[in-house]
Design a binder for this molecule. Structure first.
Ligand SMILES: NC(=O)c1ccc[n+]([C@@H]2O[C@H](COP(=O)([O-])OP(=O)(O)OC[C@H]3O[C@@H](n4cnc5c(N)ncnc54)[C@H](O)[C@@H]3O)[C@@H](O)[C@H]2O)c1
Length: 385
């Protein structure tokens, strides 16, 4: 917090301080004597700002002067760190790659063998059906796995249906291996949808209800980021970014809420936002993404209030920097970013997709029955400094 403030204060010194003295316009009406002579008496107060107070400060206040350089009273550019850390760098451009250029993700392996460790029953998702958009890869795939491991049936929704189907098979196979002799193997299915299209979303929801009979949980992980400075951002790409991240989240949420209300059933919806919805990442410029994720976060709060009467909870998970195919590619293209990013994270490390498994299970399950409208940040402490 202190360092953030210092940085902000250092930047603010770019605005020179003027020292206006307000007189007649700020005075009250003249009294009788003043009216007779048309001369304001000394009761009329001169307003002064901090700069004047500073001039009156004792000259031997060495401590005050020592700190001036990094305060708003310092000269612009006098402090060597001024504006060096909290700024975007327009040279960083990252276009979201074509599907073929990102490798497939792997489900999490080696989590300690068979399942026998006891945990709260309220964390179990047995008997539930969860939908995960963008579940064929990255964070969405691992969160799908978290729901499956917790006992839910899962519908993976993705633009890439083929990959979603391959991963759905893989998740069921993993479950069998980790739970030898289990009688009920969770059912995992794959469905095509472009989440930014209302028709496509409605068709997918109808298909999932036909396959699974119902939906209890929704996790919206379909989304992507790109880096262009704001002035050069191609408008069509910005519209696409908002279409997937914002419209896609909204469309799936209302589709699932409508289904839950028709069934008069409670449910839990989890939006995948980002810490970028609360802070501005540096140095890569990404204003539209940051704004889209702020929209996702506040959409969760707004729908939580709107749907509380129906027993539908809506929360947001805001991940920090997670190591996925896309962030790996960004780091391969811009190796210097690894040091920069981790230096801003109190835990000093990027997260892994499995760091979201507990958060998503908690928010989908009855363990979080009294949690709605919350933003759960999984960011190694990034947003608290
Ligand atoms: N990776 C990070 O560091 C990070 C950090 C914070 C937030 N997030 C957010 O988490 C979510 C998942 O990110 P990821 O890193 O796993 O990305 P990813 O690219 O690995 O996976 C995204 C998945 O969404 C699918 N998808 C994209 N557009 C779609 C559409 N229109 N309709 C349906 N599916 C679509 C893709 O096919 C892909 O399977 C995104 O919303 C992202 O903004 C990621």
């Amino acid at each position: 917090m202190k360092s953030t403030l210092l940085r902000q204060v250092a930047r603010a010194s770019a605005t020179p301080v003027r020292a206006p003295t307000f007189t007649a316009a700020t005075r009250g009406p003249l009294n009788q004597t003043e009216k007779a002579t048309n001369t304001p008496s000394s009761r009329a107060r001169n307003f002064s700002n901090g700069a004047i107070l500073k001039e009156k400060a004792p000259k031997d206040d060495a401590d005050h002067n020592k700190h001036d350089e990094y305060s708003t009273s310092g000269k612009r550019g006098a402090f060597k760190h001024e504006g060096q850390h909290s700024r975007t760098d327009n040279r960083i451009k990252v276009e979201y790659p074509e599907e073929d250029n990102l490798p497939a993700s792997k489900p999490v392996q080696g989590r300690g063998g068979y399942h026998f460790k006891r945990t709260l029953a309220s964390f179990s998702l047995e008997g539930r059906v969860g939908v995960v958009t963008g579940g064929a890869r990255g964070l969405g795939l691992v969160m799908s796995q978290a729901l499956v491991v917790s006992g839910a049936d899962v519908a993976i929704v993705d633009l890439n249906k083929e990959e979603a189907a391959r991963q759905a098979e893989g998740l069921m196979k993993h479950f069998r291996e980790e739970n030898p002799g289990a009688e009920n193997i969770p059912k995992v299915t794959a469905h095509y949808a472009d989440v930014s299209s209302p028709e496509s979303v409605n068709a997918a929801i109808a298909e999932i209800v036909a396959d699974h009979g119902k939906i209890d949980n929704l996790v919206t992980s379909a989304g992507f980021t790109e880096n262009f400075d704001a002035i050069q951002y191609p408008f069509d790409r910005m519209q696409k970014l908002w279409g997937v991240n914002v419209n896609g989240t909204y469309l799936f949420a209302i589709g699932v809420a409508k289904h839950l209300m028709e069934r008069k059933a409670p449910g839990s919806v989890v939006f995948i936002g980002s810490m970028s919805g609360s802070i501005v990442n540096v140095p890569q410029p990404q204003a539209p993404y940051n704004a889209a994720k702020a929209a996702v976060r506040h959409l969760a709060s707004s729908l939580a209030v709107e749907w509380a009467h129906a027993g539908i909870r809506v929360n947001c998970i805001s991940p920090g920097y997670m190591l996925t195919a896309l962030t790996k590619k960004i780091l391969d293209d811009n190796p210097e970013l690894a040091n920069k990013w981790t230096s801003l994270i109190p835990q000093g490390k990027m997260g892994r997709p499995e760091d979201l498994m507990g958060a998503v299970t908690f928010l989908c399950s009855d363990a979080s029955g009294y949690v709605t409208g919350a933003d759960l940040r999984v960011d190694g402490g990034y947003t608290v400094t």
